[in-house]
Design a protein around this ligand. Structure first.
Ligand SMILES: Nc1ncnc2c1ncn2[C@@H]1O[C@H](COP(=O)(O)OP(=O)(O)OP(=O)(O)O)[C@@H](O)[C@H]1O
Length: 269
């Protein structure tokens, strides 16, 4: 579904991406991990058209989308969330999710102006579907209220519901566990599995190693814009290059042991 080949991106002298390659197949969660500044979000931005790579290719279901605009890439079934939720703050919870349906809802300007039967049918369908996705992400409570009044963890769920309402074939989630408490993380783990079971390809950026190791079919480790490991979680967490990437070559044994623990993920062994 997604194939990234030899991706390169520079900002002035900074090489954010330096020959990155990875793939994500339908029904699979592929996690991108790596130290701060390793290039994970830059990779997402290149895949979704927010950045134009300076080299390499991005293929979505075999179509070369390198350098295309975000809207053109979204139209191919690519949907994403951001490190901090980017919602329409002055819209209701429901309307935020309904906005996701406009990608596939077939309405023209005359339908909207004249409120034709087709328009009304479409609006009903959009509302029903938005409710279904809010149920799916487990958002209880008032859906007519403004989204900005929700707690942070719930805003994240709304953003995921909106991304799902676009009916994506490829979903990119940028640090969905950031700022969540323990209980919310457990619910997110369950949600990620259910999203995978829908059959989409999921690419995940996440710093919570326990979550990553538990939910991913494959883990790609980035360091300085390059992939330094790519494989099933079990193999990646034993890879010495991965441990080193988190601390650097000069780390002493105690630090390395602590890093090994972190990469291994609490309670997953
Ligand atoms: N818009 C930009 N302008 C200049 N430099 C940028 C820009 N975006 C990213 N960079 C640089 O590119 C490198 C990779 O950043 P990126 O945000 O992709 O890393 P990351 O792995 O997602 O980090 P984090 O885990 O902290 O989110 C960093 O050195 C960063 O400072």
């Amino acid at each position: 579904m997604l194939r990234v080949e030899d991706l390169r991106l520079s900002f002035g002298g900074v090489r954010a991406l330096d020959g990155l390659g990875f793939e994500a197949a339908p029904g699979e969660i592929v996690s991108l991990i790596g130290p701060n500044g390793a290039g994970k979000t830059s990779a997402f931005n290149c895949v979704t058209g927010f950045y134009r790579p300076t080299g390499g290719r991005v293929l979505v279901d075999g179509t070369d989308v390198t350098g295309r605009r975000p809207s053109a890439i979204a139209a191919l079934g690519v949907s994403r969330t951001f490190q901090s939720p980017r919602l329409f703050r002055e819209l209701s919870v429901l309307d935020n999710v309904r906005s996701g349906t406009h990608l596939w809802l077939r309405q023209n300007v005359f339908d909207a102006l004249l409120h034709t039967p087709r328009f009304k049918r479409g609006e009903r369908e959009a509302t029903d579907e938005a409710h279904r996705w809010l149920d799916f992400v487990g958002l209880r409570g008032d859906r007519a209220g403004l989204v900005r009044q929700l707690p942070y963890g719930e805003q994240r769920r709304v953003e995921i519901a909106r991304a799902l309402a676009r009916r994506p074939r490829l979903l990119l989630l940028d640090e969905p566990a950031a700022g969540l408490n323990h209980g919310e993380k457990a619910e997110l783990l369950d949600l990620l599995r259910r999203i995978r079971d829908l059959g989409a390809a999921v690419a995940l950026i996440e710093h919570d190693m326990g979550l990553v190791m538990e939910v991913s079919q494959r883990v790609v480790v980035l360091n300085f814009g390059r992939g330094i490991a790519d494989g099933p979680p079990g193999a990646v967490r034993r890879d010495p290059a991965v441990i080193e990437a988190y601390l650097g070559r000069d780390a002493d044994e105690a630090e390395l042991a602590a890093a090994r623990e972190e990469v291994r993920g609490a309670g997953t062994d």
